[in-house]
Design a protein around this ligand. Sequence first.
Ligand code: SAH
Length: 401
Amino acid sequence: MKIYKKIDLTIKPEFVQEYRNGYPLISKESIINLNKIEEEGVILNFFDSKNKFIAKGYHGIQNKGFGWVLSTEKNEQIDKKYFAKKIKTALACRDEFFNSNHTTAFRVFNGEGDGIGGLSIDYFDRYYLLTWYSKGIYEFKDDILEALKQHVDYKGIYEKKRFDTKGMYLDNEDDFVCGEKADAPIIVKENGVNFAIYLDDGAMVGVFLDQRDVRYAIKEKYAKGKTMLNTFSYTGAFSVFASLGGASKTTSVDLAKRSRPKTSEQFSINEIDPKTQDIIVEDVFNYFKYAVRKKLMFELVVLDPPSFARSKKHTFSASKDYVKLLKEAIQITSKNGIIIASTNSANFSMRTFNDFITKAFKELNGKFEVKESHTLPKDFKVNPKFREGNYLKVVFIKKLF
Ligand code: SAH
């Protein structure tokens, strides 16, 4: 069993209560004797100025934070047994997913929501994908892997390293860890719909699992007979669900060249001829101009931009530019049409997002009605002491003019 280095630290008085209450994210500012910490992956034991134990965690640098609290129990050791306990509990919470015949892709471990910040584990039809969000958490790899193997039947295990402070994926290595190698792609199911998943093809595997409920709502309630514009479409997941839900036609727009073959593939594996759909490789902001010029109107418009993106001509930041994006979309949405506005930006709240929506409609002198809203689905467990971990915000808006 690996023994981890431990360091005792004193916490500034104003931060003590927060950690005692279970706040999981460690901030640099809260630690008095910072200079004692040399490398990532060490166990940090927190004490107050009277030397009373507060909590223990590990040091790992992510774009937010300096590490994560793992326990507020003084006698709890951070070892293989600890990781096994957390993983076992997380697996039990996902019983209904494991027992499902129509969904074989979901999250089994969601970072601090399941007690260990900086680590996520996704399930893709008997393959497990671990994502390490810092060098620090990666130091625990052997124990975490052993703990996972002990508790699951797996075909193979893969990993992604997102170590640098911007959370960027490190692309220099093989993502395969152990077991059987996966086909490229493997076909998984989500509510009966097929997805092609590539476990070893760069940072992203082909689907964002956190939008499952949104895709389902589109297919079941909003798509029938409608024309859809899906912007920032990636592999076209929303378009495929809309099409299967009876959309008369979908148009998917993404800047990345890979999106065309990827989207065609997603249609094909669901028995939809991609030639019957429009798949456009272009900057969304140019496409809006084109659509206005051509007087195109859509009955269903999806907006799912990255929190931050830079293209040749535009820089887009969700917190600064979402109102503008909405205004562009509103203009090409038909009366009584639905805009599905989504953001994964952790920088602002659902309330602020709703303010953006109100502002955009107000500036265009138009009325709207919110039909439904979504945050993270059940398998993306959120820590009640860390609500900002619930980054996803999706609002279905009906345009009333
Ligand atoms: N909606 C997708 C996920 C979007 S990921 C899904 O449900 O799977 C964000 C996508 O935005 C990426 O594929 C990226 O290529 C694309 N993108 C970023 N900036 C863009 C721009 N200005 N115009 C078009 N696409 C853009």
